[in-house]
Design a protein around this ligand. Structure first.
Ligand code: ADP
Ligand code: MG
Length: 477
């Protein structure tokens, strides 16, 4: 007898609820799934979006599998169905730009005891009105999800941020804590989350503020004896509070106290907090333990330097946004493969390059790019990377890097793979294990073997020797 899909799914849910550590996770990621059909041993579930599906697969596939197996036996299968709906917007690059009103907060009723004194409202972000006040969100529309390129470097932070924007205060990610070195996109990402929230929930009051501004406001409130208003403003008017660069609070005891108070007030009222820092919670020094422990309540996600193909994509997205379409492909790749310090530095060189070529009315060439990189980018940035070596080697053999990284053992591909490993060993400080993992997931013994075999061919094969000499010349160019 065929069972009903609702009943089967309900049993799965009961099972999953029991094994998950946290009811927020269950509510966020499992309740929105809807059973559509059950045919033989295959259950079809409707998933709200592609993002949702990826997240489920990445994080909860074990739980799902266990539940299906328990309900439908070994042969049990799961099929997802996703509707293309607005929740995929953040991942689609070709959509028209966002509603330009997205940064504006709607007026919020002011707390009663402030009503009498609207004109002197102490907060600089409040624009006084008659009955209602408007909180200036300070969000920058240029920093949208559309303009934020996704890569392995930011996937968790981006996905969590996107989830938060769909359901501020209602996911397990509260606070959402995003950390990483300078110039890797923290500020951009939190603006994107704020903008997306405003897009979804125009009535929610979002505020982006740097930790430094927050500190300054607090000092002013002490000076003007309006600290109560300050506290009340944050605790009563804000639905989504974004504080950027919280490491700035280090050793500022009083500021940490008020932040702690505001954090608790907002968190217990189910309001969303999004915080960035240049260090992980564990490495943040000069912050009180109780503050650090709060920061760890939700999700901490880091941003790392994008890999070279993602850097190519970032440059292309930026050029496209600025309407520039005459940048040669090889120059784009040259920049992406040679600047591996931060996205900010990458953008800096890109802008100077465009500027230089326009004032000199000259072409944008690799030579010009090289000149500017030498001039602007710290010398460490030009350190040879495995990715750069791979790129030069693959170009030399005219094969795509992706093929070199695949399992193919055809003709030049093996030679290219071996030479990449050999040169990475020679010109970078990476261990054999790291080189192996970046050259198609090989172990260190394979890398060692490759290096020996290259050495061998170099000594015995004249044709091979001239190839290798030429490639070395190219990577050192
Ligand atoms: P941080 O706050 O971490 O120092 P920013 O958010 O200011 O870094 O980013 C520096 C620059 O790099 C910004 O112009 C930002 O738009 C750009 N950027 C960083 N990451 C990305 C990305 N993934 N996609 C597109 N642009 C990015
Ligand atoms: Mg920043």
């Amino acid at each position: 007898m065929q069972r009903d899909c609702n009943e089967v799914w309900q049993n799965c849910l009961d099972f999953i609820r029991d094994i998950l550590p946290d009811k927020h996770i269950f509510e966020t990621w499992f309740l929105p799934l809807k059973p559509l059909a059950l045919q033989d041993d295959t259950l079809t579930l409707k998933v709200p979006s592609m993002f949702f599906l990826e997240w489920l697969e990445a994080n909860y596939i074990g739980e799902l599998r266990a539940a299906i197996k328990k309900e439908l036996g070994e042969g049990g299968r799961l099929i997802y169905s996703t509707a293309i709906d607005s929740s995929t917007v953040g991942q689609d690059v070709t959509l028209p730009s966002k509603d330009r009103l997205a940064t504006q907060n709607t007026p919020t009723a002011i707390p009663m005891n402030m009503d009498t004194n609207v004109k002197d409202f102490p907060n600089p972000f409040v624009i006084p009105g008659l009955k209602k006040v408007k909180v200036n969100s300070q969000l920058d529309e240029n920093y949208s999800f559309d303009n934020f390129v996704e890569g392995a470097c930011n996937r968790l932070a981006r996905s969590a941020g996107y989830a938060v924007a769909q359901n501020p205060g209602k996911t397990a990610f509260n606070p959402l804590f995003i950390y990483g070195n300078v110039g890797l996109g923290k500020t951009h990402l939190v603006h994107a989350i704020g903008l997306e929230t405003k897009q979804r929930y125009p009535d929610k009051t979002v505020l982006y503020i740097s930790a430094e501004q927050f500190f300054q406001q607090y000092l002013d409130s002490v000076k003007n004896k309006t600290t109560n208003d300050f506290l009340q403003f944050y605790q009563m008017m804000i639905d989504v509070l974004i504080i950027d660069d919280i490491q700035f609070f280090a050793n500022k005891q009083k500021t940490q106290d008020v932040f702690f108070q505001i954090f608790n007030g907002l968190h217990s009222a189910g309001k969303q907090l999004i915080i960035t820092s240049d260090k992980s919670p564990a490495e943040l020094s000069g912050l009180e333990q109780r503050v650090i422990s709060r920061l760890k309540w939700g999700l901490s996600a880091d941003l790392t330097i994008p890999d070279a193909p993602t850097r190519v994509e970032i440059i292309k997205r930026k050029l496209q946004k600025d309407g520039i379409n005459n940048m040669p492909e090889d120059v784009i790749e040259y920049l992406a493969y040679n600047i591996s310090t931060s996205v900010r530095e990458l953008e800096g060189v890109l802008i100077s390059l465009l500027f230089q070529s326009s004032i000199n009315k000259s072409d944008i060439t690799i030579e010009l790019a090289k000149e500017l990189i030498d001039k602007f980018v710290k010398s460490t940035a030009r350190e040879m990377s495995i990715e750069y070596i791979q790129k030069v080697v693959c170009d030399y053999f005219s094969i795509p890097v992706s093929v070199m990284l695949s399992k193919t053992r055809k003709g030049n591909v093996v030679a290219a793979r071996h030479i990449s490993m050999f040169l990475s060993r020679k010109h970078t400080n990476n261990s054999l294990a790291v080189i192996g993992s970046k050259c198609g997931n090989k172990d260190h013994a394979t890398v060692l073997h490759a290096c020996k075999s290259v050495q061998n061919s170099y000594e015995t094969d004249r044709r091979f020797r001239s190839d290798l000499d030429e490639i070395e010349r190219l990577i050192n160019e």
